[in-house]
Design a protein around this ligand. Structure first.
Ligand code: MYA
Length: 139
């Protein structure tokens, strides 16, 4: 039988990797099933002029869900994610990304995430299903 691939962390994650020169370098803090980051996205990440690309927003929401799952002690992969884009996100606006995750089956974590602007307006929301691949060993 084929051995299952393990997930490796090498700081090159497109969203959070400190070593990735082309990444977003988002800094998440997470604990007890919750994750949070604050950041500003610049013109490099736009689609239409002045508006941040929806794929970038989706990547941030996905990452927030993953970090919320990590804080429960598991590395996961995303099986499904549903995004609702409520408002356009303008280039240069400060955003707050938050997620909440709970384990609902032995291998399944359900997560919700949202991005708000500095006026507390919801820009986008997500619901994700994350499949547990491995337990994080405490070092
Ligand atoms: C501090 C630490 C720093 C860390 C920094 C780095 C962070 C980096 C973070 C990066 C984050 C980036 C995030 C990313 O980008 S992750 C990368 C993007 N995602 C993927 O590549 C996933 C690709 N897909 C797969 O690998 C498989 O299809 C998966 C694993 C998803 C399912 O595989 P498979 O189809 O073979 O399933 P199974 O037979 O093994 O079943 C396993 C269990 O799962 C249940 N199931 C399956 N699908 C669903 C579903 N849709 N809804 C509900 N449940 C579902 C299933 O019922 C079963 O449960 P049970 O019957 O056992 O109860």
């Amino acid at each position: 039988m084929e051995k299952e691939e393990t997930l490796r962390i090498d700081n090159y994650c497109f969203v959070c990797g400190k070593e990735n020169p082309k990444g977003l370098k988002a800094k998440f803090i997470s604990s007890n099933g919750k994750a949070k980051a604050e950041m500003i996205l610049y013109k490099e990440y736009q689609g239409y002029s002045g508006i941040i690309h929806g794929g970038i927003i989706a990547a941030l929401l996905d990452e927030a869900c993953a970090y919320a799952g990590i804080s429960l002690g598991y590395y996961t992969v995303t099986a499904e994610i549903k995004i609702r884009y409520r408002k356009t996100l303008k280039v240069g606006e400060k955003i707050i990304i938050e997620a909440f995750a709970e384990q609902i089956k032995s291998k399944l974590i359900q997560a919700k995430a949202q991005i708000k602007d500095s006026k507390d307006t919801i820009i986008a929301e997500a619901e994700g299903k994350l499949i547990i691949k491995e337990k994080i060993e405490k070092s």
